[in-house]
Write a protein that binds this ligand. Structure first.
Ligand code: FE2
Length: 213
């Protein structure tokens, strides 16, 4: 089981960025396994894919709309700005690969089919490259230039957007992770959110049986 790093000086927003990388990789493994088994169009696999697309979209929106512009305002060197441009370019490159998986699953309007295994492989490779790129360059850059107060401001700015997705996001992140990572992630959240997750979000998420075939 892959683990994700929860940084010691995290705010919730920062923690969520790292935690979601682990969940992206886990879901793409599940999608690849379903495609290899010829079950890519099974109802719960499609539901898992719909959720994964939404999580990718939210993650990119959080970064492109709030995080990278905030970092950009404080970095001075051209090389640092170039890193942020690379992040945006990576995000743009993922869109057609997501659309290709959609088409291969028959999820698009035309239901055109195609080679799902190849489409998933390409998306997985591109997303992995992007996540590594982000983990080794853009996120360390953000950590080095943003003070704790700025992470908190970022969380406040994006709160409306984050809150709407939280009931799905929290159980999605902890889906299938080890007990130590699970406890570490959940204890990084405010207590009321942990309680909501326990009594409502996680039971509801489990009932959806995402990715089961
Ligand atoms: Fe990203």
């Amino acid at each position: 089981m892959e683990t994700f790093a929860v940084q010691p000086r995290d705010t919730t927003c920062h923690t969520l960025l790292y935690a979601s990388h682990h969940a992206f990789r886990r879901d793409l493994d599940r999608l690849a396994a379903a495609a290899a088994a010829g079950k890519g169009r099974a109802a719960h696999v499609r539901a898992g894919w719909e959720n994964l697309k939404e999580q990718i979209r939210l993650h990119q929106e959080l970064q492109d709309r709030w995080l990278w512009p905030r970092v950009e305002r404080v970095v001075a060197r051209r090389a640092e700005r170039a890193v942020l441009e690379e992040m945006r370019a990576d995000h743009a490159r993922l869109a057609p690969l997501v659309a290709r998986v959609d088409a291969a699953m028959g999820a698009g309007a035309a239901g055109e089919g195609g080679d799902l295994r190849a489409a998933v492989r390409e998306l997985r490779e591109a997303l992995e490259r992007h996540l590594r790129h982000e983990e080794t360059s853009a996120l360390p850059l953000a950590e080095s230039v943003l003070a704790e107060a700025e992470w908190q401001e970022l969380a406040a700015e994006s709160r409306g957007r984050c809150e709407a997705g939280t009931p799905m996001f929290v159980p999605w992140v902890v889906d299938g992770i080890g007990p130590v990572e699970r406890s570490r992630f959940l204890t990084s959240l405010p207590k009321p959110l942990r309680e909501l997750n326990r009594v409502m979000w996680e039971p509801r998420y489990r009932k959806r049986r995402l990715w089961s075939i």
